[in-house]
Design a protein around this ligand. Structure first.
Ligand code: URA
Length: 214
């Protein structure tokens, strides 16, 4: 499967993203380097996901002339992290969107069913008035992302986007079926899921590698 099979998917093929992703995948990459790479890639994905932000002009005076100059218009941003691995992506996005609000949704995968179970939900009160960027490094089955987006839509959110580091075709199809209005931005579309629900070739357990828990 390729990006062309999925109208909801954008794969960021920028050489810097792809180079950093290679070292992120490598099993010998240390925890500190892994964290740094996640932050750097997330920053570049933030650049891409904000590419279509609406603009307006602001009249300013330069030292030379008065000038109608472009600034970002429209809704303010809220970044929603799917715990726990989504937190590793927050700093990178916040570097480019420093005044964004942040929400957290705690979901774990039931190891038997691979279905998401919610244990935490905290988003800004005005989340429905904000453009929402959901971050989850690994779009595997897509069940957690779909459940998180369900909850955000229950809160009145529209204009939701999903940013991940790696996506499996199964996860992208799941999102396309349940949330076709939600664009997905990723650094790579991998081959498949294995029997344990891991992305292949993937990078292993993103949370464990980020936080050094295994
Ligand atoms: N979550 C991970 O951390 N890695 C995968 O490969 C799939 C889900």
């Amino acid at each position: 499967m390729t990006q062309r099979d999925f109208p909801n998917l954008t794969v960021v093929m920028h050489p810097l993203v792809q180079h950093k992703l290679t070292y992120l995948r490598a099993a010998e990459t240390t925890t500190d380097t892994f964290r740094r790479l996640v932050r750097e890639i997330s920053q570049m994905l933030a650049y891409e996901v904000t590419r279509d932000l609406p603009m307006e002009t602001l009249n300013i005076t330069t030292p030379v002339a008065s000038f109608d100059s472009p600034v970002i218009a429209g809704k303010k941003q809220c970044i929603v992290s799917i715990l726990r691995a989504g937190n590793g992506m927050l700093d990178g996005l916040l570097e480019l969107l420093p005044s964004a609000r942040v929400g957290h949704i705690g979901l774990y995968r039931d190891p038997a069913t691979l279905e998401p179970v919610e244990y935490y939900f905290k988003v800004p009160e005005d989340v429905a008035e904000r453009a929402v960027i959901v971050v989850d490094p690994m779009l595997a089955t897509g069940n957690s992302a779909a459940a998180a987006i369900d909850r955000l839509k229950e809160c009145g959110c529209t204009g939701i986007k999903l940013v991940c580091l790696l996506a499996a075709p199964e996860g992208v199809s799941n999102l396309l079926k349940h949330h076709p209005d939600v664009p997905i931005l990723t650094a790579a579309l991998d081959e498949k899921l294995n029997d344990h629900g891991y992305i292949v070739p993937g990078l292993g357990d993103a949370g464990d590698r980020m936080f050094g828990t295994r």
